[in-house]
Design a protein around this ligand. Structure first.
Ligand code: ADP
Ligand code: MG
Length: 480
């Protein structure tokens, strides 16, 4: 009987909660909860993450208490069971059960002082790009872009979790359980903007902390430079002084073992010292390729939050904000038309807006819906043509009816090998990716395999009619 009971009790609780908060919050914070058991008047509910638990504790504790009291009486209690990633063997995140009254983790970092002077006691000049020469203390230029602030970041369902976690992290760097904060999405959905916003906010609220934004590409370049100049220690030293480290587009570390290695050590050092790490990526940790397992498992320590495609309302709000900031007015129907036409990439949406404004001022034309239509036709045609390896794989796997996972597996079955080779061939043809990158994404093969695949496909096109038919069909599908 108990099995049924906990569900019923929780359903009743949900009914009360639903009446007391807005729909969006209810959807975000209560629907994902699963009732687990009811024993001795203790209702256990399962929540998806530590962050989730903390959020409930912070924002809904009194509502929860009241609700439980109503359902289970004055002795009723609530316990949380936090789902953790069982695959990673880090002991920071054991499978834990928390009671609502317990307090937040108090991992204080010891008084964070200004960066130390690593020039002291050494006459050697340290050619670190972030050091302004002539200064005793190391000044870290944060590399933050002012306009990428929280104020300019429009909130919506598409970014609510990432945004609020980012905000929490910025106000309390290193002291929340979202460390690292891992933000992921497809291109043009606001990762870089949000990452800067966190940095700016962290700097404003904690002027003494050293905040650094760096793209993974820049990090790699600096490391190569450090190796060349034989001062890797200075490089590591530099990064170990950062209080809030933001690394953008971490996927670029894929396949770069040495850089991953050094990042691994920096990560561990900072994490241990209670420093905040923010990472962005084009994929969630589980889907990343060419990144060492030990790094991936660390990415899962904190919170991974994604940014999704914004709704029409949010797209309109973003355009309006842009226009307002620039002090420009354009007819509402034009804004709406833009927001309707460009749906999956905010950067393209803004690009279209800028093109229309440029076009109008160049030709001294008014911004009208007709002008917008002309521009959009050109714009959409020109830009939405970026084809990714993943997209090609999907096309090939759909065509042959072979799951993508199989194409990416080690299988040597004939038809799978052929599909894999075709995926490689089309990736080479339609993307700018290197042979090595293509190999990495198609079953973790090396560049020689990709080269061989391209040759094989070309040979078969010339000699095998059936095969050529497949290639023609696939070409049509991929070019849509
Ligand atoms: P990503 O790093 O994911 O490729 P960006 O952060 O570069 O995306 O965002 C692309 C553009 O869209 C930027 O100009 C950014 O300011 C804008 N943008 C993205 N999300 C928002 C948002 N929620 N509110 C306002 N502008 C946004
Ligand atoms: Mg970016």
């Amino acid at each position: 009987m108990k099995e049924i009971n906990h569900k019923e009790v929780w359903d009743n609780c949900l009914r009360i909660i639903k009446d007391n908060i807005n729909h969006q919050s209810f959807k975000t914070w209560f629907l994902p909860i699963k009732p687990v058991r009811l024993q001795n008047n203790v209702l256990t509910i399962q929540v998806p993450s530590q962050f989730f638990y903390e959020w409930l504790e912070e924002h809904y504790i009194s509502l929860l208490k009241k609700t439980i009291k109503k359902e289970l009486g004055a002795n009723g209690r609530l316990e949380y069971s936090v789902v953790m990633d069982g695959s990673s063997h880090n002991n920071k995140n054991p499978y834990t059960i928390k009671v609502p009254t317990s307090n937040r983790k108090a991992t204080q970092n010891p008084s964070v002082s200004m960066p130390i002077d690593i020039n002291q006691g050494s006459s050697k000049e340290i050619p670190n790009p972030f050091i302004i020469p002539g200064l005793k203390k190391i000044k870290v230029h944060s590399q933050l872009i002012e306009s990428y602030s929280f104020e300019n970041f429009v909130e919506g369902d598409c970014n609510r979790l990432a945004r609020s976690a980012g905000y929490a992290v910025a106000n309390n760097p290193g002291k929340t359980s979202f460390n690292p904060l891992f933000i992921y999405s497809q291109v043009g959905l606001g990762k870089t903007h949000l990452a800067h916003a966190i940095g700016i906010q962290a700097k404003n609220t904690h002027p003494n902390k050293t905040v650094l934004y760096v793209s993974a590409e820049q990090f790699i370049q600096q490391f190569i430079e450090a190796v060349r100049n034989n001062n890797q220690n200075d490089f590591i030293h530099f990064y170990q002084m950062i209080d809030v480290l933001i690394i953008d587009d971490i996927q670029f570390l894929s396949g770069k073992e040495k850089t991953q290695d050094v990042f691994f050590h920096i990560f561990n050092y900072l994490h241990q010292k209670g420093k905040q790490i923010i990472i962005t990526s084009d994929k969630p940790p589980v889907e990343m390729k060419g990144i060492e397992t030990r790094l991936l498992s660390r990415f899962k320590w904190g919170l991974a939050a994604d940014l999704t495609v914004p709704s029409l309302e949010v797209r309109i709000a973003i355009l309006n904000k842009r226009l307002y900031n620039d002090g420009i007015e354009i007819p509402y129907e034009v804004i709406e038309y833009l927001a309707y036409s460009i749906t999956t990439n905010i950067r393209e949406l803004e690009g279209a807006l800028i093109s229309i404004m440029a076009q109008a001022s160049l030709n001294k034309k008014e911004i009208t819906i007709d002008l917008a239509k002309q521009m959009i036709d050109k714009f959409v045609k020109n830009t939405s043509k970026e084809i990714s390896i993943d997209y090609i794989q999907k096309m090939v796997s759909d065509y042959f009816n072979i799951p993508t996972e199989l194409i990416n597996s080690k299988t040597r079955k004939r038809e799978v090998v052929q599909a894999r080779q075709l995926a490689m061939f089309f990736s080479k043809k339609h993307t700018k990716a290197s042979l090595a990158t293509i190999g990495l994404h198609c079953g973790n093969k090396d560049h020689a395999t990709v080269l061989h695949a391209c040759k094989t496909v070309n040979n078969l096109i010339d000699t095998d009619k059936q095969f050529r038919h497949h290639v023609d069909e696939l070409s049509k599908r991929i070019k849509i």
